[in-house]
Design a protein around this ligand. Structure first.
Ligand code: ATP
Ligand code: MG
Length: 184
């Protein structure tokens, strides 16, 4: 099992100031009034794991994840999310397996796009997506069900449902890699 230990955001959606959220064992929920940023936190998790769809981030384009300003605070041009993982079980793919703890970060600069790092070294989006696909978490994982997705899962076609099962079994990364190899 991969354990998330901490989420840090700055300039991401409503989290304009640097915000750190420890993820302790036993944490079961986030509560707060409407519009306080609960869904934004979950989206930050999905985003740092390699989400590529602006629509699934409730935006028109990916730059919409950057703090857009409000009364009294100007918009930002950079957003960053850092996710810390406990890798004591050495569960992540071999290229990252050496480290006890991993820090995955994604930064977006307005008009430029995203950059990913793992423990400070620049990596491809694909590397981050595969890291989580193998760990059966990931941006499209069944572990993350957004508002409205429950109905979609219930009415999914058999092939879509198979993809969900493969995801849950942790073999999605394998399929992705095979597909990539076949394209070469
Ligand atoms: P609910 O209980 O209604 O589901 P919530 O706690 O999930 O609410 P979110 O949807 O996470 O709330 O947060 C919504 C808030 O985030 C809104 O006030 C919205 O204006 C703000 N927000 C979203 N994107 C940005 C952005 N790019 N810049 C600034 N604020 C943003
Ligand atoms: Mg919400």
């Amino acid at each position: 099992m991969v354990h998330f230990t901490k989420l840090r955001l700055v300039g991401f959606k409503s989290f304009v100031d640097s915000t750190e959220m420890p993820i302790e064992p036993g944490m079961t929920g986030i509560v707060g009034p409407n519009g306080c940023g609960k869904s934004n936190l979950v989206e930050a998790l999905r985003w740092v794991m390699g989400e590529t769809s602006a629509k699934r981030m409730r935006g028109g384009e990916m730059d919409d994840v950057i703090f857009a300003g409000n009364t009294g605070r100007p918009a930002r041009n950079v957003a960053e999310v850092v996710l810390s993982l406990d890798n004591a079980d050495r569960n992540v793919p071999s290229q990252f397996n050496g480290a006890e703890a991993l820090e995955i970060s994604r930064r977006i600069d307005r008009g430029v796009g995203s950059h990913y790092r793992v423990n400070g070294s620049e990596v491809r989006a694909r590397d981050v997506q595969l890291l989580f696909a193998d760990a059966a978490t990931g941006a499209h994982s069944t572990a993350m069900v957004s508002q409205g997705r429950v109905g979609a899962i219930i009415s999914a076609k058999p092939t879509e449902r198979r993809a969900l099962l493969e995801e849950a079994a942790g073999i999605t990364g394998l399929h992705s890699r095979r597909h990539e190899a076949e394209l070469r």
